[in-house]
Design a protein around this ligand. Structure first.
Ligand code: NAG
Ligand code: NAG
Length: 185
């Protein structure tokens, strides 16, 4: 576990130390996470994970901190043209802002504040032996963000080695809004 966290730490440090980075990523203040969020972008170094029908192409609805420091996430997923809601609980690790979750395998992720507390970038790493991969999610408090912010996100993804065809602007797609809030987890 320590080793996994160290690996994630190193990946993240590289992202943060890039010199020409105009928008540094910081640990997000978890006390501000509660409530509704919208998925703006998803990106991964394995495209199949995040393209249409990919297992990691999921749309956030809601995040709530739990009493035991775990985080409750409500998501929507679209498969075969149908939206379905589901929830996940992620447990806090020993490191600040780093959580682990079982979803399509064992994953560790870090929640970064992006510009201000209305935007977060979640960087997830799946340590599959055969094919480890990373994924970036950009969540906002509103359904869409400015073109400038989108450009910044694309730059951050590129710095992580994730390029154009693996970066998806979800504001251009169906994020299952009609079902928002209609299902109890
Ligand atoms: C925290 O509580 C949630 C909900 O009851 C549970 O699913 C999760 O496993 C708990 N986490 C830990 C680390 O005990
Ligand atoms: C989809 C995928 O590759 N998931 C993998 C994530 O990592 C775990 C090991 O930690 C694998 O068992 C999963 O297959």
């Amino acid at each position: 576990m320590k080793l996994l966290l160290l690996c994630l730490g190193l990946i993240l440090v590289c992202a943060q130390q890039e010199e020409n980075s105009d928008v540094p990523l910081r640990n997000f203040d978890i006390s501000k996470i509660s409530g509704e969020w919208y998925s703006i972008f998803v990106a991964s170094d394995i495209k199949e994970k995040v393209e249409e029908d990919g297992s990691m192409r999921i749309f956030v609805e809601n995040i709530q901190p739990l009493d035991n420091s775990s985080l409750y996430f409500k998501f929507q997923r679209k498969g075969n043209e149908e939206c379905s809601g589901f929830s996940l609980v992620a447990d806090k690790t020993e490191e600040d802002a780093i959580y682990s979750v079982i979803y399509d395998g064992y994953n560790v992720f870090r929640i970064n504040e992006f510009v201000n507390s209305n935007y977060i970038i979640i960087q997830l790493v799946n340590f599959s032996k055969n094919r480890p991969y990373q994924k970036l999610d950009f969540f906002a408090r509103e359904p869409d963000v400015s073109p400038e912010l989108k450009e910044e996100f694309v730059k951050i993804a590129q710095r992580q080695g994730i390029f154009e065809e693996k970066i998806f602007d979800l504001t251009q797609t169906d994020r299952c809004f009609p079902t928002r809030g209609s299902e109890v987890a």
